[in-house]
Design a protein around this ligand. Structure first.
Ligand code: 26Q
Length: 764
């Protein structure tokens, strides 16, 4: 395979003349993609009649398909070699746009699972939307986030438009076309597929039939079909925005079901066998409208009676919950839903009635109904119908049984299970951190590439020479990150500083505010001559705030303002650096993660479902400073408490906390009050909104996420980490233990778990 690839790539590179020709990066990327496609032609081709699982997701964050495929096929080294011989480096890969068709964790997980399914030879296809504009591109101006559109399609040469498999999707009397664009997800043994749907108008579409007033006005001069696959998460603070979101969800799930049923027809089997052909995993509540749509198709097009159709749907669907935040569980008003999807709404009513009839005796029926107060609760529908419901880390799966879905749990405990998340280690280690990959290869061979648990053997290699080599690799990665930041953003970063890294969406529950208040605390210590023997530290942040989320945007502004304050202070800048790396995305993550010395996982216990960045950072040797939340708990179980910096209240303690008044802390703890006071017209500007949210509350209670409560223990954990970092050999041993521990978090194992516990597809 390597030879074929090398020959094909060589031939393609011949045709590219001159290194400075226009668009050279895109042309090189296309050449590598074309050579990969030549290789794919020689692999076993997919059979549309085979049994499979389908992953329905509103988000996918695949990163570069070209590099992902190279990693999956083990071709990244030969590719680099061929390019090098022709005088090209592989740097261009990271300069092209990623398909950023998602917000964060949930979308990246979807892509990791697809990559791994191909690798472990499981037939799993992804289905989603080919958004024209992915998540916005972030830049920082005057310390604040600015958003611009992101055009990714030109940089993604792998897509194949399959217009002949176009299907129709109806919204009431209006029809649009769903055109599939397919991306191969390949390994040496199988080619799976990510199918992304693009919405197009068949005829000029007149949506006035069901779009009344506000909704219609908003789309008046626009091509509504284009809007449907236009934007990821249109703002949903207006009726028209909400309608568009619902249309998107229905658009891609209805198109996917139509296409799956078209494939099924080719098998010639009876419709009653459908559950043996397809299992559908609902990635959170966003694709849940697939349930009433399939009920509609089975009863109206295939003549099944409602109860049989419901049984079949139960066998086909399962649902993964990714968040405990009540506000993230999708709800629709009956009036909007019935207007946008008049043909589907009756099936929701039928489901609701079915629930009422079959659960008459259940005392908590009212709570778990699908329709309550003229509102449709999609999560209740997903749990009621699905045969399995899973959380994404042990603690999260316990929380959904005990609180979010407690009534359902008492009713059908056998439905609930845990499937801890995992990561595509071939991307997050083999591709992103060549130095560490070789460190492992030299010691334990290469089998771990296809069997990550074997990487745990690495922990015995803890001699002084081994540890020194590990530190050297980390240092090189830090240097590489510093160089990248200099050349791409003109940011300076000294690799001798300790790199403390918090990279994730900006959200109050993730508590970037705790981190930056902690930096201000250290700054005050320095000013008061109380900072003793502190190893200089760079506090590195990266992440996007939702465009309409005011407090999250204020947090970004605060981080950048503190960065400026420190930069201007000749003494402070010797000890601290605050760095906000703009535009967090897969390719930036691949540069930041291998360079991290410390992984900041600060969510209030009980709020982060799992986290996957925590796993990537551990796999790259960064100990965690974090709370006992999400998968941090499992990481620490494997790596040992003594090799991480755990702090803060536990979720049971917070649960038991009867009342919490941050004012009590503010008035009794001088250190805290002095830091918090800096937010009010302090040296870094006016952050009264954050000050008020901590002490008085806004539309949420004061300090909803217990920043002040956990501040003292966070600061002492920081101190321990800084102290340990000063002894390189001691710290390197902790790094090694975390790398070994992360061997438990391969998405290969996760996807195998989904299959063993939920889909139960046959052997291949
Ligand atoms: C819901 C309703 C209305 C509008 C938007 C939404 C919405 C959109 C996106 C709700 C949730 C999301 C995304 C959630 C997400 O990314 N969750 C993350 O999933 C990861 C993979 O399981 C976990 O590791 C993270 O802990 C979790 O936060």
């Amino acid at each position: 395979m390597k030879e074929l690839f090398a020959n094909s790539l060589n031939a393609k590179l011949e045709k590219i003349s001159g290194k400075s020709s226009k668009n050279i990066k895109r042309r090189l990327n296309r050449a590598v993609a074309a050579a990969l496609l030549d290789v794919l032609c020689t692999l076993p081709q997919r059979k549309l009649t085979e049994q499979k699982a389908a992953y329905f997701s509103a988000e996918f964050l695949p990163g570069s398909f070209v590099t992902g495929s190279l990693a999956n096929l083990g071709l990244e080294d030969i590719c680099a070699e061929v390019l090098k011989r022709k005088g090209y480096s592989t740097d261009f890969f990271s300069e092209l746009a990623d398909p950023a068709l998602g917000n964060g964790g949930l979308g990246r997980l979807a892509s990791c699972l697809l990559d791994s399914a191909a690798a472990v030879n499981l037939p799993l296809d992804g289905y989603g939307i080919r958004y024209k504009y992915g998540i916005f591109k972030q830049s920082i101006k005057d310390n604040e986030q600015t958003e611009t559109v992101d055009l990714w399609q030109e940089d993604c040469p792998f897509e194949k438009e399959n217009r002949d498999e176009t299907v129709r999707v109806c919204f009431g009397d209006c029809t649009v076309l769903a055109v599939p664009f397919d991306l191969p997800i390949a390994s040496k043994t199988r080619i799976n597929r990510l199918r992304l749907w693009q919405c197009e108008a068949e005829n000029p579409v007149d949506f006035s039939a069901f779009c009344s007033g506000d909704i219609c006005a908003a789309f008046k001069d626009k091509n509504l079909a284009e809007c449907i696959s236009g934007f990821l998460y249109p703002p949903d603070n207006t009726e028209s925005g909400k309608a568009l979101r619902l249309m998107q969800q229905y658009f891609f799930t209805a198109a996917s079901l139509a296409s799956i049923l078209n494939d099924f027809k080719k098998t010639g089997r009876s419709i009653s066998d459908l559950a043996e052909f397809i299992k559908i995993q609902l990635n959170d509540t966003h694709p849940t409208v697939a349930i009433p749509e399939l009920l509609r198709l089975l009863t109206e097009d295939y003549g099944m009676d409602f109860d049989d159709a419901l049984t079949l749907c139960g066998e086909i669907f399962s649902y993964t919950n990714h968040t405990v935040m009540a506000e993230a569980l999708e709800c629709w008003s009956v009036s909007l839903f019935s207007k946008v999807l008049p043909n589907v709404y009756p099936y929701i009513v039928m489901l609701n009635n079915h629930m009422k009839n079959s659960l008459k005796a259940h005392t908590q029926l009212k709570e778990i109904l699908i329709i309550k107060n003229h509102t449709i609760h999609m999560a209740n529908m997903a749990v009621y119908v699905s045969h399995k419901v899973n959380g994404v880390a042990k603690i999260h799966s316990e929380i959904i049984k005990a609180s979010v879905f407690d009534s359902f749990y008492s009713l059908t405990p056998q439905k609930f299970l845990n499937v801890t998340n995992g990561i595509a280690h071939r991307r997050w280690l083999c591709l992103a951190n060549k130095g560490l990959e070789q460190f492992a290869n030299k010691r334990i061979g290469t089998e771990w590439r296809d069997d990550l648990p074997q990487l745990s053997k690495i922990k015995q290699f803890n001699s002084p020479a081994d540890l020194e080599e590990l530190l050297k690799i980390k240092y090189e990665n830090k240097r590489a990150l510093s160089n990248y930041l200099k050349s791409s953003f003109n940011l300076s970063l000294d690799p001798d500083f300790m790199f403390s890294v918090q990279i994730k969406r900006i959200h109050e529950y993730k508590r970037q505010l705790l981190n930056i208040l902690g930096v201000l605390g250290l700054y005050l210590d320095l000013k008061n001559n109380e900072l003793k023997d502190f190893h200089p530290t760079a506090f590195i942040f990266s992440g996007k705030a939702a465009p309409g989320y005011y407090n999250a945007k204020q947090i970004i502004k605060l981080i950048n303002s503190v960065a400026e304050l420190i930069e201007k202070d000749q003494t402070a800048k010797k000890y601290f650096k605050v760095l906000f790396i703009p535009d967090y995305n897969v390719k930036n993550a691949m540069k930041i993660i291998p360079a991290a010395d410390l992984s900041e996982q600060l969510s209030t216990a009980g709020t982060e479902a799992s986290g996957t960045g925590n796993m990537k950072l551990a796999l790259n040797g960064a100990p965690t400073i974090g709370t006992l939340d999400g998968a941090n708990i499992e990481i620490v179980d494997y790596a040992g408490m003594e090799n991480n910096y755990i702090f803060g209240a536990k979720s049971e303690e917070l649960e038991a906390l009867k009342s919490y008044d941050p004012m009590d802390i503010y008035y009794t703890n001088d250190r805290i009050s002095r830091v918090v006071d800096l937010l009010k017209q302090g040296p870094c500007g006016d952050f009264t909104a954050l000050f008020n949210s901590l002490l008085f509350g806004d539309y949420n209670p004061a300090d909803r996420y217990k920043v002040l409560l956990d501040y003292p223990s966070y600061m002492s954990a920081r101190k321990r980490a800084n102290e340990d970092y000063k002894s390189p050999a001691l710290y390197a041993e902790k790094m090694l233990m975390n790398i070994a521990a992360a061997s438990h978090f391969s998405a290969d194992s996760t996807v195998k778990n989904y299959n063993e516990k939920i889909w139960k597809l046959g052997s291949f």
